[in-house]
Design a protein around this ligand. Sequence first.
Ligand SMILES: Cc1cc2nc3c(=O)[nH]c(=O)nc-3n(C[C@H](O)[C@H](O)[C@H](O)COP(=O)(O)O)c2cc1C
Ligand code: SF4
Length: 400
Amino acid sequence: ALLRMAAAAETDVSIPDYVGLEAYRQAGGYQLLQQVRIGTLNTDQLIATLGDAGLRGLGGAGFPAGKKWQIVRSYPGPRLMSINGDEGEPGTFKDRIYLEQDPHRAFEGALIAAHAVEAERIYLYMRDEYPAVLAILRQEIAALEATGIVKPGFIELRRGAGAYICGEESAMLESIEGKRGMPRHRPPYIAEVGLFGRPTLNHNVETLWWIRDIVEKGAQWFATQGKPGHPGIRSWSVSGRVKNPGVKLAPAGVTVRELINDYCGGMADGHEFKAYLPGGASGGILPATLGDIPLDFGGDLAKQGAFVGSHAIVVFSRADNIKQVTLNLMKFFKHESCGKCTPCRDGTEKLVALLQEQGLMPEDKIRDLEMVMRDSSICGLGQAAPNPVNHLLTHFRSDL
Ligand SMILES: Cc1cc2nc3c(=O)[nH]c(=O)nc-3n(C[C@H](O)[C@H](O)[C@H](O)COP(=O)(O)O)c2cc1C
Ligand code: SF4
């Protein structure tokens, strides 16, 4: 309660109950970090454990976490680390929940990762629309410094200014450097030339949040919680026409039908399941007839031209018109396109215009544009932006 009052007084926002530093340490927190720092657990063991657990990046791309540590370590130091707390993918709210409940679990994971890649400093890029999270982080970083767990300034908090593109990791680094947030050309990847030109390890908040549990409870504990062939437990941000939306802990490989029925208490009253976004705005729109596909990176979802990304599931019902949903998503991409490359800057604008044309939609023009955007946009925003349009034309013709 004292922590809450102190943080609230500083920022005038309502701070939820959360596990502060003292409570976290009393429950065994930061002992793992200590073991890592004194060498009882070495980096090779840590990387092997993350690999056996099957921990993948949970910010959207799903890159194996341990492998990323290895790649960053392979480039000569000095190295840096960044934490991506931008949480900009529409429908995603898991990082917020974790940071509002148990922020030190993410900090401990981050400090272990920083030790593993010998990062000199951690830059934490935080979504500014989460004022309670920002207040908690300020408070708890100060507490970590006061106890000597980190040196003053080792974790630097940076506020994002609300641009979706600043969640894309290279644009985020530009933003941290004080420049306009625009993605960089790759290669080189940020693991080699990242923040201020240094090799940089970047992770999503939730990826780091799982590290303590995985090492303490074991790689097998984590891996076996997934469905067969889909290692791991995942945090699904479920919203839309369900009875009980929220962050649901469910296996990797769960289906949307299981999420709706077994985790969300079914559809909202009076609504019949029609369609869903499997991965926020970017992952496409699938019909209820494809509601039994295992949700995970790659696999059957990829065969449908869809992806799970940050695990944001938005459920639609017969009350929703999918052409209107698609138009809404396209307007979002048009607004958030950073404008650096022509296929995305002009393509998103053109797709919005084509969707708004009266009469029959010019499908051949839309398909042509879709291919150009996918093949030649610089970053994931422009490459994924046509996904909903593709699915609209493939699965929802009666809504055209
Ligand atoms: C347009 C776009 C927006 C993104 N937004 C976020 C975001 O808000 N948070 C995040 O963690 N990753 C986001 N990503 C993914 C990051 O580029 C990167 O893959 C991720 O932070 C890596 O961390 P991880 O390996 O722990 O997932 C975004 C990617 C794209 C293309
Ligand atoms: S694809 Fe879009 S968001 Fe990405 S660099 Fe090009 S214009 Fe910017």
